[in-house]
Write a protein that binds this ligand. Structure first.
Ligand code: FAD
Length: 421
């Protein structure tokens, strides 16, 4: 499918704003959104846009929005943390959303209210849960304690650990080793670890040319943009990146900088970046919403309402994704709009659309200038009750290029504006 067609189809979701749900202006009702990431912030904004009579409260633990997309470039010293950081002011001042900076500690689905760490409660007619992911460290012997986890940071939520890895890379001894562990899918952003390996290698090439990047992947092969990443590993980063598939994590000795893998034995490195297995954000699990393997939340893809708890919608990384679809910020943003349109309709007593179409584009940088993308378009399949790839849609860059590097930067500006402005 042509890029033009992908954009046209993606526009179908955005176009809902101009026509469909606007009719529900006077619907009223109270919606509480938990989590102001790509999913929650977008959903809060679009409920207010399409259903201005609805009172929307967004509960977000952090003061600032910090983007994971582009955070690998911070680790490699190509951007600073301020390039990833945005505020929530426009959601309050322009969209009339009530921002509460607090943590939701419990969901009472009978009383239809959420409880906050501060002790307050918020009542809802519809609840949207968008807490992203949390980490299954209890499955990683040696990394159960917070102290051990700090010694082998994941940097899979952008923030202090991103800077920590940046700092460690800056002070790495000459010829030192940066080693990564990639968990089994599903996890947030399947191309992200391979992008990180390339960008760390790119930094090494400039500042520490005898340094090494070891990539221990629990999966049998590179999970996304396979041939493109493989090409970078064996050409641009030949002699720097070593890729090791089927590397099952057994245990870690964080104090000694050592990880033991099933078939590869003990490996020592100067810097360990251990990305743990992931699951729905804790609040979704404790709220009884994670009905798939006690890990992910099953939803109705027409409304993103939970399959187990009525009036509660889940969007973003926490859901049990439709087969073949990634957990990404772009998908989170698109799911949020479908969910917002459905909530606007339901509050107004109308049926939600039964033919949602969403799109995903994911750019990865391979060095300081060049990027590549993969794109897909997905529609609702009424028989399978899930999202399926639109035949003939999707596309992959033939190679990385600096033109795509520009497009990747435009993408992040656009999606951050769509989410927060
Ligand atoms: C290195 C890296 C690179 C990436 N690159 C890309 C990319 O190029 N393109 C792309 O599309 N995606 C990318 N992603 C994936 C993307 O970041 C995630 O898919 C996206 O953030 C998911 O959005 P979300 O809203 O579900 O979760 P998040 O964005 O993590 O938001 C969840 C929010 O909920 C809040 N929260 C959680 N629990 C509570 C609670 N109990 N109370 C209050 N608040 C709470 C958190 O503070 C957080 O702000 C990347 C990810 C990583 C790690």
């Amino acid at each position: 499918m042509h890029r033009r067609d992908i954009l046209r189809l993606a526009g179908a979701v955005a176009a809902l704003g101009a026509f469909g749900p606007a009719a529900s202006a006077a619907s009223g009702g109270r919606v509480v959104v938990v989590g102001g990431g790509f999913a929650g912030a977008t959903c809060a904004k679009y409920i207010r846009t399409w259903s201005p009579g609805t009172e929307v409260t967004l509960v977000e633990a952090s003061r600032d929005f910090i983007s994971c997309p582009m955070s690998n470039r911070v680790i490699a010293g190509m951007l600073g943390m301020r390039d990833l950081t945005r505020n929530y002011r426009a959601l309050e001042s322009r969209h009339g959303i009530r921002l509460v900076h607090d943590t939701v500690t419990a969901i009472d689905t009978d009383a239809r209210e959420v409880r906050l760490a501060s002790g307050a409660s918020l009542a809802y007619d519809r609840l949207v849960i968008a807490p992203g992911v949390d980490f299954a460290y209890e499955t990683m012997p040696g990394l159960e304690s917070a102290g051990a986890q700090r010694l082998m940071p994941h940097a899979w939520k952008a923030g202090p650990q991103t800077l920590d890895l940046r700092q460690r890379l800056t002070t790495l001894r000459e010829g030192g080793v940066f080693a990564m562990h990639i968990p089994k899918v599903p996890f947030r952003c399947p191309p992200g670890p391979y992008e990180r390996a390339c960008l760390v290698a790119s930094a090494m090439k400039r500042f520490n040319p005898r340094g090494k990047v070891l990539v221990f992947d629990s999966n049998p092969d590179i999970l996304a943009k396979r041939d493109l990443f493989f090409h970078s590993f064996v050409s641009e980063y030949k002699g720097i990146i070593e890729y090791i598939p089927n590397a099952g994590f057994e245990s870690a000795n964080a104090a000694q900088g050592r990880v033991t893998f099933d078939v590869h034995g003990e490996v020592d490195a100067d810097i360990w970046n251990v990305i743990p297995p992931q699951r729905a954000g804790n609040v979704a699990r404790t709220g009884g919403l994670a009905n798939v393997d006690n890990r992910w939340c099953e939803v109705d893809f027409l409304t993103y309402e939970s399959r187990v708890v009525p009036n509660v919608h889940i969007i973003g990384d926490s859901i049990a994704s439709a087969p073949g679809t990634p957990k990404s910020g772009h998908m989170a943003n698109q799911q949020a709009k479908v969910c917002a349109a459905a909530i606007a309709a339901l509050l107004a007593g109308r049926a939600p659309s039964d033919e949602p179409i969403i799109a995903n584009t994911c750019y990865s940088f391979v060095n300081d200038k060049e990027a590549m993308h993969v794109a897909g378009v997905y529609k609702f399949d009424a028989e399978k009750r899930t999202m399926v790839s639109v035949p003939g849609s999707g596309g992959l860059s033939p190679s990385s290029s600096s033109e795509e590097g520009f497009m990747a930067v435009a993408w992040i500006f656009n999606i951050l504006n769509d989410t927060l402005s």
